[in-house]
Design a protein around this ligand. Sequence first.
Ligand SMILES: Cc1ncc(COP(=O)(O)O)c(C=O)c1O
Length: 373
Amino acid sequence: MIPFNKPVHLGTELSAMAEAILKNGHVAGGGPFGKRCEAMLEKMLELRTLLVTSCTHALEMAALLLEVGPGDEFIVPSYTFVSTANAFVLRGAKPVFADVDAHGNLDLAHVERLLGPRTKAVLVVHYAGNSCDMEALLKLCGQVPVVEDAAQALSASFDGRPLGTFGVCSAFSFHETKNIGCGEGGALTLKDPNLVDRAEYLRDKGTNRRKFQSGLVDKYTWVDVGSSYVLSDLNAAYLSTQLEALARIQHRRREIYSAYEAALAEPVERMGGYLIQGSARNTGNQHLFAIVLRQPEHRAQYIAHMRKHDIIAPFHYVALHQSPMGQRFHDGSRLPNSERLTTNLVRLPLFFNMTDAERDEVIGRTLEFLRAL
Ligand SMILES: Cc1ncc(COP(=O)(O)O)c(C=O)c1O
């Protein structure tokens, strides 16, 4: 069986976790490994970065930091994971769904039509580690804050600048399906230094514990609303090994991705489909390899064909405006690209520990399917 994903396994994760338990004696949040991960992320992104329990929680913190509430609207792509919308819906705000382009990133012309006096924030999702024109988006939004859902975008960039450094804040994911992970985990980057203190309170149950630990205040007390969003140092230990090996992990993903691209781009196009790709201004991170087939039936046939050969090739995202929850907010208008990706897109297995034989089997079975189409 070739699964769609296997969590990255380097072989060094367990000794780092043992070090957290046996040497450091610190497995709760805010320990030495958490600090090490934050330092590595801050070096990459050149922005204050807080390690948190998931990307979903980083997005919830963003909604709290922007003081989103009932009566507010926020613009969000319809073709995304539920958390992008849910984090703001939890605060009582109304999602306004924007369409995406053919490659799954925000359609800026649509965003322009949707911006209005109630728009409290614009959420941009970097689908597949690619992005829309971030410079144009920021210009279009003016004073309206842009929040980046960079769950899929660690080490990807636009015009040479890392994704996750454009918006007022950005959320990354370290879920096991991401390029690097620790089971469940995430990070929040903060562009506005004025948000940092508050973000630390929110993360730590509404307390100023971080300041207390750093000796900046002499009492540790309740200073704001908050929740429990700190990543345990056990998870941070696991994550630190993968952050340190990021270049090696990316190198292997690129090898697999390039082999897929070289073998499949032309045959897919000949059958009326295309590969999900970034623009010339993006440097992608090979987060996922996805094909958009000409017809929904082709996708169902492809998934069945791969399944028959013990290969798992899934699709994802039901456009949010068509979901039972999304329909409660949506005005019923069509969002053609989101709808098309919902029915026609399929993803191929792509993970660090994939063998060359597994990669070649996926390519061979895909070519077999395309030839018979
Ligand atoms: C675009 C996007 N946003 C948010 C998330 C949620 O990430 P997490 O599982 O870390 O909460 C995901 C996870 O798959 C995602 O792909």
